[in-house]
Design a protein around this ligand. Structure first.
Ligand SMILES: [Zn+2]
Length: 466
């Protein structure tokens, strides 16, 4: 007797795409059955003609709760995740106060447990360089740690305290401290002195347009930071993961170190794959993102990077802001906070790419789910469709088309989602299940607030890796 049976789907397992029925008991996948096997189930879902995917795991996400609820919080932004087919988010430490101590970590965990519609994990920030606080966050279940090599964005110091380490000796100490924990360290890699110098040149020349933002952080700003990090990590030996790689130069630095044997992984984001600097004039301050959108040649290089495995994940860097925050600085790009929403386009974007023949569906699923689960130690509980794995699933109809417009989105920042507005993707997220329960179906969020569970690394998996 199953609680739920998903029948007739084309199930994306690690073996390929299989005609299976999925039996769910409680929160777990209890059986993968030959299609059409006669069984009893309380609820039967017909997935005929559709793909059944492991739910996406977005390893780079910001809701920032409890800071600035007008931008969004665990409830609003995980509703958006559910609608996008993302069943687990890894929330970054930017908040007010920043998630850099055990006490703040516990406060945020309680908020997520109260509010989240999908599963969530939390990163800690190690920048206070306090071994006891770092150990406390590990004990509480930190999925990993996050460092910025830049100074905080203008006017936002309070959200970033303990997160920003532009000073190289401090960065090195943080890498060592995180290395001791065995957790993955995710780094926002841009060289701070170089970007400050470029910015000063542009400001002195009277520039404050959207294009000046990109010119203030050219590709070598990112490439130099990654090189610095990877040289330091030869002796620090932390499990490093490079956030949001935006173009060819930084990608080539990562590849060179990977060839030399460095244990480093990297991610890129759909906005770097689908857009370039030509979109800046159209979208204005809503397209101000760090690192910036780059050139067509960078897009092509990034597609190469996700195809050859140099980049193992595609993540959203979902960053909700208010229209007021984005608009008030339309005439002065330096005053606009960087970031854009995107959690509702991750699965669509990568499945569209697969359906258009850019990669296999299995490869797309690896990039948005399986690889992240493995790297951060939550596989095979998550990231795969297998017996005993959590029933975090997406039913995807490849025959429909999804055209993005504000009215269909759930993010509090949906009015800021101007990059994707009007864009069409092949396919549609028809239904999302989290822990065996349907949380989104036919355009409506039907899950329960607080239905998402806190996700921590499986200690056993970590030990096996080490
Ligand atoms: Zn981010």
């Amino acid at each position: 007797m199953y609680n739920t049976l998903i029948q007739n789907g084309n199930v994306v397992t690690e073996r390929g795409i299989e005609p299976l029925d999925i039996g769910i008991v409680g929160e777990r996948i209890a059986a993968l059955l030959t299609r059409g096997t006669a069984v009893d189930a309380q609820e039967v879902i017909n997935a005929s003609g559709m793909y059944v995917l492991p739910g996406a795991i977005d390893i780079h996400f910001h809701c920032r709760a409890p800071a600035y609820p007008q931008r969004g919080d665990f409830a609003t932004e995980t509703r958006a995740a559910a609608a996008g087919g993302v069943t687990t988010i890894f929330e970054m430490p930017i908040s007010k106060p920043c998630c850099a101590t055990g006490d703040v970590f516990r406060m945020r965990k309680a908020l997520g447990q109260r509010d989240a519609y999908v599963n969530f994990a939390l990163y800690g920030a190690p920048g206070l360089l306090d071994r006891a606080e770092i150990a406390d966050m590990v004990q509480e279940g930190a999925i990993g740690f996050k460092i910025f090599m830049t100074a905080p964005p203008a006017g936002r110091d309070d959200e970033f305290e303990g997160l920003c380490l532009p000073d190289v000796p401090q960065l090195y100490q943080a890498l060592q401290l995180v290395g001791e924990t065995g957790r993955v360290c995710v780094v926002h890699a841009e060289n701070n002195p170089l970007l400050e110098w470029h910015t000063a040149q542009l400001v002195a020349a009277g520039r404050n347009d959207i294009f000046a933002h990109g010119e203030s952080r050219p590709p070598h700003v990112e490439a130099l930071a990654i090189a610095t990090l990877l040289v330091l990590n030869v002796s620090a030996r932390t499990k490093l993961h490079i956030a949001h790689v935006s173009g060819k130069e930084p990608l080539e630095v990562i590849r060179a170190f990977q060839v030399a044997g460095a244990s480093v992984t990297g991610e890129t984001c759909p906005h770097y794959l689908f857009f370039n600097e030509n979109d800046l004039a159209r979208v204005g301050p809503y397209a101000k993102i760090n690192p910036p959108l780059r050139m067509v040649a960078d897009q092509e290089a990034l597609w190469g990077g996700i195809l050859d495995g140099s980049l193992m994940a595609v993540t959203t860097d979902h960053s909700p802001f208010t229209v007021e925050e984005k608009e008030k600085a339309r005439t002065d790009i330096w005053r606009t906070p960087p970031g854009a929403p995107g959690v509702e386009e991750l699965v669509l974007g990568m499945m569209d790419a697969a359906l258009m023949g850019k990669m296999t569906i299995n490869h797309a699923v690896n990039l948005i789910s399986t690889n992240g689960a493995k790297r951060f130690g939550i596989y095979p509980q998550k990231g795969t469709i297998a017996v005993n794995s959590d029933a975090d699933l997406v039913i995807y109809d490849p025959t429909q088309t999804t055209t993005i417009h504000e009215d269909m989105l759930f993010s509090q920042a949906k009015a800021c989602d101007k990059l994707y507005a009007g864009m069409s993707f092949q396919g549609r997220v028809v239904r999302t299940l989290v822990n065996g329960n349907t949380v989104f179906v036919n355009g409506e969020v039907v899950g329960a607030r607080g239905g998402g569970k806190f996700v921590r690394p499986l200690e056993q998996t970590l030990q096996e890796v080490e």
